[in-house]
Design a binder for this molecule. Structure first.
Ligand code: OKS
Ligand code: ZN
Length: 365
């Protein structure tokens, strides 16, 4: 393969969102999903000749693209929540709900949700308390989706030139826990789903059916949001490798296989806590054969490195070397690939782990 530089799309606005704290295992701790995560990744990639940083395409309409995946009501909520919250006497730090409409509390939410006080309304759109909305959150969330969209556009234009380079979207906040009208697990908008729908909207169609896309989710956690969004859609295959006994706890089992037309197009590989390199690579190879059978035109990788042995919240035992092998294995599928950043919290190695995977994909490792 030619040693051309891999394009890395990023935006400074992705570092703005910076909530002070969260509750982890019952303890109030500094917010783990910090802006330093992408600063560290950038720092590492800058030092390598094999990456070229590219700004977002300002002409892409992020809102219209997000509306292919998320409800209008939810997007408006994200845009206006902080302002309404502070105007109503809420703490200037961030919007955070006190009660969530749990299915044992109420079967449905009655009446006009716009009339609910901001503190009640916040509960409608969260499944946990990991998504505080600060004054800066909306800008970062839109910038993050913009990064994924710009990178997606590049993948499609590049694939017309028959080159096989991968592209990396350095997104933050991450996206794979975000549903069509739900935030949680540090995720607000589904960057990967927005990119997938955008790819389908701009890529040349072979017949009238939508372009086949596969999403491979290698973050330590199950991408419940991505799963929800494509659960009934056979055109987008979702395949996830994740811990079977960890966050978000209530999704990600093997028997979640999709619904209606989408049945069989959602494939979960739950793995035990303590999973090491060889077990992980075996599962990955099964996941990749499922992807090959789908014959996707594009592959999107939800790239999390919280599978690393030192990760503060992950329990897998992958090494930096493993990431190079993961990248190589993904490259063998041999289709245009968009990598989109998800989790990973061990700051000392986050850059090297991401960089090693991408270099493994490019064959430079
Ligand atoms: C509790 C947060 C629990 C962990 C969220 C997991 C985020 C992640 N406040 N998803 O891929 O890395
Ligand atoms: Zn994760």
């Amino acid at each position: 393969r030619l040693a051309a530089a891999m394009k890395v799309f990023s935006s400074d606005a992705c570092t703005k969102h910076n909530p002070p704290h969260e509750i982890l295992s019952g303890r109030l701790v500094p917010y783990l999903e910090s802006p330093d995560r992408i600063r560290k990744i950038k720092q590492y990639l800058y030092g390598q000749e094999t990456f070229e940083f590219v700004p977002v395409n300002p002409d892409i309409d992020v809102i219209s693209s997000a509306l292919r995946v998320h409800t209008k009501e939810y997007l408006k909520y994200l845009e206006t929540a902080y302002e309404k919250w502070t105007a109503n006497g809420g703490d200037k730090t961030a919007v955070l709900p006190e009660a969530l409409p749990h299915f044992k509390l109420c079967r449905e939410v009655h009446g006009d949700v716009e009339k609910l006080p901001p503190i009640a309304r916040a509960g409608l759109y969260c499944f946990d308390l990991s998504c505080p909305i600060t004054d800066d959150t909306y800008d970062s969330v839109i910038a993050s989706a913009g990064v994924a969209l710009s990178a997606a556009e590049y993948v499609v234009s590049q694939s017309a030139n028959e080159s096989q380079l991968g592209v990396f979207a350095l997104t933050r906040p991450p996206g794979h826990h975000a549903g069509s009208s739900l935030c949680g697990g540090y995720c607000f908008l589904s960057n990967v789903a927005i990119a997938a729908r955008f790819i389908q909207s701009i890529s040349p169609k072979i017949d009238s059916s939508p372009t086949r896309v596969a999403i491979l989710d290698i973050d330590f956690h199950h991408g419940n949001g991505t799963q929800e969004i494509f659960y009934e859609d056979p055109s987008v295959l979702y395949v996830s490798l994740h811990a079977d006994d960890d966050y978000p706890y209530f999704t990600g089992s093997r028997d979640e296989r999709g619904n209606l037309e989408g049945e069989g197009f959602n494939i979960n590989f739950p793995l035990p806590s303590g999973t090491g390199p060889s077990e992980y690579l075996s599962a990955l190879s099964l996941a990749l054969s499922e992807i090959e059978s789908h014959r996707p035109v594009y592959l999107i990788v939800s790239l999390g490195v919280d599978t690393y042995c030192e990760d503060p919240i992950g329990t897998f035992k992958l090494s930096t070397t493993t990431y190079g092998l993961i990248g190589e294995a993904i490259a063998k599928v041999n289709i245009p690939t968009l990598f989109v950043m998800e989790g990973g919290y061990y700051l000392e190695s986050i850059g090297q782990n991401v960089g090693t995977l991408l270099k493994g994909f490019e064959g430079h490792s």
